[in-house]
Design a protein around this ligand. Structure first.
Ligand code: BJ8
Length: 383
């Protein structure tokens, strides 16, 4: 038997362990690129031989410091990220040679202006419509500008061959992640949603992509083997929940905990930690820059308008994962997800005939009781 809890815990500790790794990479002369969003084309950094790492803050700890400069009624992800940056409490930020941001939501793009006072920052101008030709042209140009910035900043040349190689590796990482989270399609699922979340979140901090692929595949194979030998850890009567909305990690995992403490199980994450980031791949047969631009612009985040692709994706995963109910997690003051939640609710309840609840929260633990009560009532409605 494999020690699965131990393997899950390794992912839980990945963020902390990465601190030492990132220092090691720096000492070897590697360049570090800090990122904040799924729209960042990771292939460009990979092709430059640089390491990319997520700088999204997920804890309440630095928010008070951030509020000295930023308004209180701002998304906790933005405040936490900024707070870590100005207090030098995040080794990933500290070691970053360049920060790459995108003009996604208003809060983030204004925060990047302030980060620019302490670090080198490159902001990609993201169009807000991902269907018209003009937007794709603009975005392609932004991908080229990022490539040129990385080349001049780090004194490297990103050749077409290197880009093609990077596309293959990053696609493979997407596939490995997909093979892992698709275990959630099994009935009953072979792991809890909290365990799945630990792996999805932790794997962001496994900076060696090839090693990440191998670890994910090994974990998936071990889970499958135990399941096939008859081991079950989740009741087959547990309502199967889909989580959608803003990114989840650290403090916001309280919502997953509330779902599972009340008898449900999260079997799928449609957010940026899960399906949304990986369900499309970069087309390996096209010109690399064209293919990268197309893949990233197609991400169905609520910052796009209109955003029909998100509804299509939700519809697909609700069917494939045999979902009983949908929980949308909205971080406080996230206007795009908050406003879009009305269309999401209508779609889920009227077109897919599934129960839906939205939970608006921040990184504090003060609303845990209230979230537990609301989720408990929601789960009681399940058939
Ligand atoms: S692709 S979800 S990572 S923008 S920071 S929008 S929660 S108010 S994170 Fe995001 Fe990229 Fe989209 Fe994904 Fe709202 Fe907060 Fe803005 Fe946020």
């Amino acid at each position: 038997m494999h020690d699965l809890p131990k393997l899950f815990n390794e992912y839980d500790e990945a963020r902390q362990e990465g601190f030492i790794k990132v220092k090691g990479y720096k000492e070897q002369g590697k360049k570090i690129v800090g990122t904040f969003c799924t729209y960042t084309p990771k292939e460009i950094m990979e092709a430059a031989g640089a390491i990319s790492v997520s700088l999204c803050g997920t804890s309440e700890e630095p928010i008070q410091d951030a509020e000295r400069d930023l308004p209180r009624n701002l998304c906790p992800l933005i405040k936490s990220s900024y707070g870590f940056a100005i207090t030098d409490k995040c080794p990933y930020f500290y070691f970053s040679d360049l920060i790459v941001g995108e003009t996604t939501c208003d809060g983030k793009k204004k925060m990047y202006e302030l980060l620019g006072e302490i670090k080198h920052v490159h902001v990609m101008q993201l169009p807000q419509n991902n269907k018209d030709e003009e937007s794709l042209r603009l975005w392609k140009n932004e991908v080229i500008k990022l490539k040129e910035r990385i080349e001049s900043e780090f004194g490297v040349e990103i050749t077409t061959e290197k880009l093609k190689e990077a596309i293959k590796v990053v696609n493979e990482e997407r596939r490995a992640k997909e093979e892992f989270y698709e275990l959630g399609k099994l009935c009953p699922p072979p792991m809890s949603g909290l365990e799945m979340q630990k792996v999805l979140y932790g794997s962001q901090f496994k900076m060696d992509i090839k090693e990440n692929i191998n670890n994910l595949r090994e974990l998936t194979a071990n889970i499958r083997k135990e399941y096939e030998s008859g081991k079950r850890t989740i009741s087959e009567n547990a309502p199967r929940i889909l989580v959608t909305g803003c990114p989840i990690g650290g403090a916001s995992e309280k919502v997953i905990k509330a779902i599972e403490d009340n008898g449900g199980v999260v079997v799928c994450y449609e957010n940026c930690g899960g399906v949304k980031a990986t369900y499309t791949k970069v087309d390996e047969s096209k010109d690399p820059i064209d293919a990268i631009a197309e893949k990233y612009l197609s991400i169905p985040c609520s910052v796009m308008s209109p955003n029909q692709d998100r509804l299509d994706l939700l519809s697909k995963v609700i069917d494939e994962y045999k979902i009983d109910g949908v929980v949308e997690v909205i971080l406080q003051a996230c206007h795009t997800y908050n406003v879009e939640s009305y269309s999401i609710k209508r779609f889920i309840t009227e077109k897919k005939n599934k129960p839906y609840i939205s939970i608006e929260t921040d990184y504090s633990q003060s609303d845990m009781g209230q979230i537990g009560t609301r989720i408990g009532t929601f789960l009681e409605m399940m058939p």
